[in-house]
Each structure stands twice: as structure tokens, then as C-alpha cells.
Write a protein that binds this ligand. Structure first.
Ligand SMILES: C[S@@+](CC[C@H](N)C(=O)[O-])C[C@H]1O[C@@H](n2cnc3c(N)ncnc32)[C@H](O)[C@@H]1O
Length: 371
């Protein structure tokens, strides 16, 4: 069998590029190059399957199909037909083309997408298959000047959809963001983890998956499984190897929330993720949270601003967070995800900025503090 070496781009949320690169180097031991919005590296099918199975931080993995140089649509079409579509697409497979254009004569992105779709069907000898809106095999085309770079998505649904979270509470974090935050804080599953405002339990579940070394993507499918050269034998071998790495975690992971429905949602999500027995969960106001023995990380993503509550009403809550962190978790590491400014200041903690991140489209700061 011919072995192809792919150029792969891991798409990440802004602020997570470096930790994503570090994670990919740990998974497949390759050289990586960090760019705004992601990480570039090379690998074969084995590496592509491994990163999709194990990566916790990347949002998706794009595989480079080729580049087309063109200044008019007719040349673009002819060159697009020549790309190796048969390596990735089966006949009649519905496609979803996402095209962008910058400083180019081919400025009409809708026409670019249509031209690529026609070229694919011409190349494969197939007819256009209709896909439900927003579905189909994603193809990403970036036109810059006269050069269009075309990639295909190997992941399918975004990777934060691990396949365990059906229940959400108020303003849940993306799983990939939660995992990236734990990595930014250098929490590797070896000390305790407490989230006293756990909502639907994202930090707790990601923490339990990290502590048990469980592959993030073990419970879901991927777009590459529909590609013509999918190798089910290799995939199930990598899955089995992944399962063998799993250990029973010994660290304490504890979560609570004042809202009973959030705690219920977290419990159901923990069940689905197979980590219910690893996490202690309670319905409790943060004011009643007690410290845990040993070393650890206390982290929370409290309500803030427009999204959940209103700033001025929240000042007493942030003061309370500061008190609980100081009084119950002395000697621990603390972390907080919220906007910089008045609310963060209200904690009275000596917070240090770790990163600026986007949560649900809002710019927030990850703070850390030695308690
Ligand atoms: C932004 S949400 C946390 C979302 C969570 N990180 C997730 O991924 O689902 C904030 C949470 O703080 C909880 N909360 C608000 N005030 C609280 C308090 N005084 N004590 C404990 N939890 C509180 C809310 O019920 C809500 O679930």
C-alpha cells in the first residue's frame, strides 16, 4: 500500500496554540510549527488517527489537499479538477465548501465554492449529492492573491464534541478550552482538582479524562472514517492501544455548584463520560466549600457580565470566591477564568494573567494565583 505523508493543520482557539503544539508533540513526537490559530505538522494516516483520537485541545485537524494558482475561474476550475480528490472523497459524497478570499481577483467566495464543488464531481465522475444545510464533508479553501490553498477536514464534528455531553447548564465551556486551560496551568492529573462552580462539569470531566489517560475521542466518530482509504484495522489497533494506556486515577476530583439542575447535568455528563465514580459532586454554595487535603488546583469560571449576570450584582460573589480560595485552599494553586477588571479585582487575590482566551465569543482572562 502506498504511504502518503500528509501536511496537517490543527485548528485551535486563540491563546491555545502553544499548549496544543506541546500536546501534539507528546502524542506523535513530531516537529510542529505554531501559527496564529493553529499548529502545522506532518504525518501519515497513523499520526492523523492518533491526533484525532488523543488530542484534547485542538478543534479540528485539516489535511492539505493542494494549492491552485489562478487569476480567472476557468483556470481555477481546470486546476481544481487535477487535485487528488479520490484520496479523500467517495463518489456522490456530499461536500460543504467553506471559501475565503483576500487580495484576489477571484473575490466571489460563493462562486469559488461552487467551482470547487463542480470540479470535485468532474474529477470523481459523480453527480452533485445534496447535503443537509451545514453538513457534508468539509473542505476549506483560502484564496490569497492568486494562490488558493485547499484542505479537507479529517475530524467531522468539532473535537470539543467528545460524545459525552448532552446536558448543559448556564454558559458551559467548550471541552477543548477546558482541557487547554488545565494544560496552561500545568495540571497533569497528578494533584487534586476542585471546581466549586462546576456548572455542567466540564473541568471535572476533562480533569478525570486527563488523570485516567483516557483518549478524548474514544466515544465518537471522525470524518476520515468515510474516506476511501480508511483503514479500520489500524484504527481499531490504535483504539485498543489507547484503552491499554488507561489507568484508575488516584487523585481527588471534586465539583459543586449552587444550582441543583447544574449538578444534575454534571452528574449525567460524568456518567456518559464513564468518570462518575472518579468525581465527588455536590450541590453547594461556594460559601460552604471546604478545603481538600494535599496539593491541588482550585479553579472556577464564575458568572460574569453580559453572559450570565450583571457585573455590579456579582461583586459580592467574587469577594466570596477570594475568601474561600484564601481560607480553604491555602498552599494550593488557584485559577479563575473571567474578564479582567472590577470583578477579578474584587477577589482581593494577587492574580497573575496566564492567557487571554475567547469563551463563547467573549474575551476573558485566565488568571492564576499561589494561595
Ligand atoms: C459560567 S457557569 C460555569 C460553567 C462551567 N464551567 C461549565 O463548563 O459548565 C457559572 C456557574 O456558577 C454557578 N454559581 C453561581 N453562583 C454560585 C455560588 N454562589 N456558589 C456556587 N455556584 C454558583 C452557577 O450556577 C453556574 O453553574
Amino acid at each position: 500500500m502506498k504511504v502518503y505523508f500528509e501536511q496537517i493543520f490543527a485548528v485551535t482557539a486563540p491563546g491555545l496554540e502553544e499548549v496544543c503544539a506541546e500536546e501534539l508533540r507528546n502524542i506523535i513526537g513530531v516537529d510542529t510549527s505554531v501559527e496564529p490559530g493553529g499548529v502545522r505538522f506532518s504525518g501519515g494516516l497513523r499520526e492523523l488517527y492518533l491526533v484525532n483520537l488523543h488530542a484534547r485541545i485542538a478543534s479540528r485537524f485539516l489535511v492539505y489537499v493542494g494549492a491552485i494558482r489562478a487569476r480567472d475561474f476557468s483556470t481555477f476550475y481546470k486546476r481544481c479538477v487535477q487535485l487528488p480528490w479520490g484520496r479523500y472523497l467517495k463518489k456522490e459524497m456530499p461536500v460543504l465548501i467553506r471559501a475565503s478570499s483576500r487580495s484576489s481577483r477571484l473575490v466571489h467566495t460563493g462562486r469559488l465554492a461552487e467551482t470547487i464543488e463542480k470540479a470535485i464531481h468532474h474529477s470523481l465522475g459523480s453527480f452533485s449529492a445534496s447535503a443537509a444545510a451545514g453538513s457534508g464533508q468539509l473542505i476549506v479553501a483560502r484564496m490569497e492573491g492568486d494562490l488558493c490553498r485547499i484542505s479537507i477536514d479529517s475530524s467531522g464534528e468539532l473535537l470539543h464534541r467528545r460524545g459525552y455531553r448532552l446536558q448543559t447548564a448556564q454558559a458551559p465551556l467548550r471541552e477543548t478550552l477546558a482541557a487547554g486551560i488545565l494544560k496552561l496551568l500545568k495540571w497533569e492529573g497528578e494533584t487534586a482538582l476542585v471546581d466549586p462552580m462546576c456548572g455542567s462539569g466540564t473541568f471535572l470531566i476533562e480533569g478525570a479524562l486527563i488523570a485516567s489517560h483516557r483518549p478524548a475521542g474514544a466515544k465518537r466518530g471522525f470524518a476520515f472514517m468515510d474516506w476511501p482509504r480508511f483503514r479500520p484495522g489500524l484504527w481499531s489497533q490504535l483504539q485498543t492501544e489507547g484503552e491499554r494506556l488507561t489507568v484508575e486515577p488516584t487523585v481527588t476530583i471534586q465539583g459543586s455548584d449552587a444550582d441543583a439542575s447544574a449538578v444534575e447535568a454534571a452528574g449525567m455528563n460524568l456518567h456518559r463520560a464513564g468518570c462518575f465514580s472518579q468525581v465527588a459532586l455536590a450541590c453547594r454554595n461556594i460559601a460552604a466549600v471546604k478545603g481538600v487535603q494535599g496539593a491541588g488546583l482550585v479553579i472556577c469560571n464564575p458568572p460574569y457580565g453580559l453572559r450570565v449576570g450583571r457585573d455590579e450584582d456579582l461583586v459580592p460573589l467574587y469577594r466570596q470566591i477570594g475568601d474561600v480560595y484564601r481560607q480553604q485552599f491555602a498552599g494550593w494553586k488557584g485559577a479563575l477564568l473571567c474578564p479582567p477588571g472590577r470583578l477579578a479585582d474584587a477577589t482581593g487575590l494577587k492574580l497573575k494573567q496566564v492567557a487571554t482566551l475567547l469563551n463563547g465569543g467573549l474575551r476573558v482572562t485566565l488568571f492564576k494565583v499561589d494561595l
